[in-house]
Ligand binder design. Structure first.
Ligand code: PLP
Length: 391
């Protein structure tokens, strides 16, 4: 049979029915522990002589189904599910990096990821290099003998920069360094980093995978051997497993991911084009606009240009005039919800960046980020137009 289309894979997953019961919707195995029935079987499970469920922090049938479905959509051998996106990033990075190792990453990142890396990794003795420009050349020039992980986020949060996954993955492959891509903004529907040569794809499942703003979770996809090793170490030992209830919500979210993404992207393109033509808007950041510096690269490595749009107005006061009074767009952090969410990164998600780093990455005081939802694009544009008139 020919390879199934992404829409079919999203709906059917690794198998359409629960393998334990035949239920067409994966049940929520809401249990902390599993009887091994006999002491000998318990010993065999712990000795890994036999496969089976022991304890939900290690594995659970609902979580396992989500892991398989995400791996399938990412074109990966295996998946893992975590309590949050940050937990997935932390478990991945600490699996690869110890004191004395070097970690190469872009400077402009989701603020929470940046705070994890800047506040905690140096005190563990991990040597961090933050690249203002994340290109094939800068990555190649900064890889060292002790580099253990290269991490990129594309499109980046909050400035929608697009980085060359295939090119950077090739640098990593030649240097023998794994490359991890935070694929939260693109989702596997728009970009499959592993198929482009990256080692891992990591997600905040909280966002488009869940899609309805109701649950926090994270996912990792990658090679089976490494994923088994992560499961046995930083996954199990750091303890940030997802709950089966949240895994159930993410399983449901994955089924409609491509449908929702089509609409998010179509709406985002319209919103970006509207903003680009408005005289109160100084600059628009959306890979779908031909003026975006990463437009051609995005055309190559993304199916569509994503649901996230950013723009500059004339400072924080102007942004506040726009934001306070919006009637359709909701002021909140997070993204990927069916509902449109709008925020001012410098004072919220990215307030943990020192001022000089904000300036270095080009995040201005007037920058506003929209996670464009699936409402009517005309209603969103009218709301934004009224907001811009208040400036
Ligand atoms: C790109 C990106 N990666 C990771 C995270 C962290 O995810 P979580 O909030 O689920 O821990 C976020 C959160 O906003 C994000 O935007």
């Amino acid at each position: 049979m020919k390879e199934l289309d992404f829409h079919t894979l999203a709906v059917q997953g690794a198998s359409p029915c629960d393998e334990h019961t035949g239920a067409v919707t994966t049940p929520i195995y809401q249990t902390s522990t599993f009887s091994y029935f006999t002491a000998d079987r318990g010993a065999a499970l712990f000795a890994k002589e036999e496969e089976g469920y022991i304890y939900t922090r290690l594995s659970n049938p609902t979580n396992e189904k989500l892991e398989k479905n995400l791996a399938l959509l990412e074109g990966a051998e295996a998946g893992l599910t975590f309590a949050s996106g940050l937990a997935a990033i932390n478990a991945l990075a600490l699996y690869h990096c110890s004191a004395g190792d070097h970690f190469l990453v872009q400077k402009e990142l989701y603020g929470g990821t940046y705070e994890l890396f800047t506040k905690h990794f140096p005190r563990l003795g991990i040597d961090m290099t933050y690249l203002t420009e994340m290109t094939v050349e800068t990555v190649r020039a900064n890889v060292r003998d002790n580099t253990k992980l290269i991490f990129l986020e594309t499109p980046s949060n909050p400035l929608m920069n697009v980085f060359d996954i295939a090119g950077i993955a090739e640098v990593g492959r030649k240097a023998g360094v794994p490359v991890a891509v935070d694929n939260t903004f693109a989702t596997p529907y728009l970009t499959q980093p592993i198929k482009l040569g990256a080692t891992y794809a990591v997600h905040s499942a909280t966002k488009y995978i869940g899609g309805h703003g109701d649950s926090i979770g994270g996912m990792l996809a990658g090679p089976a051997e490494a994923m088994d090793a992560i499961r046995a170490s930083t996954y199990k030992d750091l303890g940030a497993t997802t709950s089966p209830f949240n895994a159930f919500l993410f399983l449901r979210g994955l089924k409609t991911l491509p449908l929702r993404m089509d609409r998010h992207c179509a709406n985002a393109q319209k919103v970006a084009e509207f903003l680009a033509g408005h005289d109160k808007v100084q600059k628009v950041y959306y890979p779908g606009l031909p003026t975006h510096p990463g437009h051609e690269l995005a055309e190559r490595q993304m199916r569509l240009f994503g649901g996230m749009v950013g723009f500059d107005v004339a400072g924080f006061d102007a942004a506040k005039k726009l934001l306070d009074g919006l009637e359709v767009c909701v002021q909140a952090v997070s993204l990927g919800d069916v509902l449109t969410l709008i925020e001012h990164p410098a004072s919220t998600t990215h307030h943990g960046y020192p001022e000089e780093d904000l300036a270095d990455v080009g995040l201005t005081e007037g920058y506003v980020r929209i996670s464009v939802g699936i409402e009517d694009a005309g209603d969103l544009i009218d709301d934004l137009a009224a907001g811009l008139e208040r400036i």
